[in-house]
Design a protein around this ligand. Structure first.
Ligand code: SF4
Length: 257
């Protein structure tokens, strides 16, 4: 079942991992908009999410966020995180950078303890105002699912000319300042076997990590139903094995199964 966020600002949700969190969806409420088309996307394939192309305006986002802060029930606890994710790629919103500036203002006013995070596929980190906005938030969480272009094309299906080398170049200003997020999975697509946990994949990924130097690394696997049905989870113990050499080098690595 595809899961779409049907509010601009959703939550607060209380979880062990994030504490009390608000989510922000800058994408259509009843559709999906992304320039990747990942085989594991919880919002479904792009072709199935075209029913709504309406983006919220900057004012609508600010009003929705302010209302959540003002109506927040303090008995739940303080808001710990504000996370931009939603039905697609948040940095595609044409007013993304201005929305981030406003969010940081509202955060200072209503929830100064809250951390602002953005989950992004990294496709627009080369755009000046997007990069500046991502460098202002507490956690720019940038997805790279493989160090090998062919595997990125198989898993993430970018709808533009993607290359890992280009990502490395665009990530230069982010060295030590971003969180790398990598999804590990295996399965079969009409184009063949997909597995980004092979020795070749993991060795190439370690080298990539050394070049881009993330502040933190989040590795995870599929958790819910995926649009490509043949996908399989990778075990926590295998992801822990993948994480171990990086931890030994001093990287902070979290694993979620
Ligand atoms: S980048 Fe995110 S929103 Fe876009 S297709 Fe992949 S998982 Fe879905």
């Amino acid at each position: 079942m595809t899961i779409l966020f049907n509010e601009i600002v959703f939550g607060p949700i209380k979880s062990r991992r994030l504490g009390v969190s608000l989510g922000v969806n800058l994408l259509p409420l009843h559709g999906k908009w992304c320039n990747f088309d990942c085989i594991y996307c919880e919002c479904g394939f792009n072709k199935d999410g075209k029913g709504d192309l309406c983006l919220p305006t900057r004012e609508e986002v600010a009003n929705a966020m302010e209302a959540k802060f003002k109506n927040h029930d303090p008995s739940i606890g303080n808001i710990d995180t504000i996370t931009f994710s939603g039905n697609g790629e948040p940095t595609l919103h044409p007013e993304f950078s201005k929305i981030i500036v406003k969010t940081l203002e509202l955060r200072e006013k209503f929830a100064p303890q809250a951390k602002v995070s953005v989950l992004t596929n990294g496709s627009r980190i080369g755009v000046k105002d997007v990069a500046e906005a991502l460098l202002k938030v507490d956690n720019a969480i940038i997805k790279i699912d493989s160090a090998l272009d062919g595997t990125v094309y198989a898993i993430d299906r970018p709808m533009f000319n993607y290359s890992v080398e280009n990502m490395v170049a665009m990530l230069a200003p982010f060295k030590g300042k971003f969180v790398l997020q990598t999804m590990f999975l295996r399965g079969e697509s009409p184009d063949g076997i997909i597995d980004n946990t092979t020795t070749e994949e993991v060795e190439a990924w370690y080298k990539l990590v050394g070049r881009i130097y993330p502040r933190e690394i989040m590795i995870y696997t599929i958790d819910r139903e995926t649009p490509l049905k043949s996908l399989q989870k990778v075990s926590v113990s295998q992801m822990e094995e993948i994480a171990a050499p990086l931890r030994a080098q001093g990287y902070k690595v979290s694993v979620s199964g």
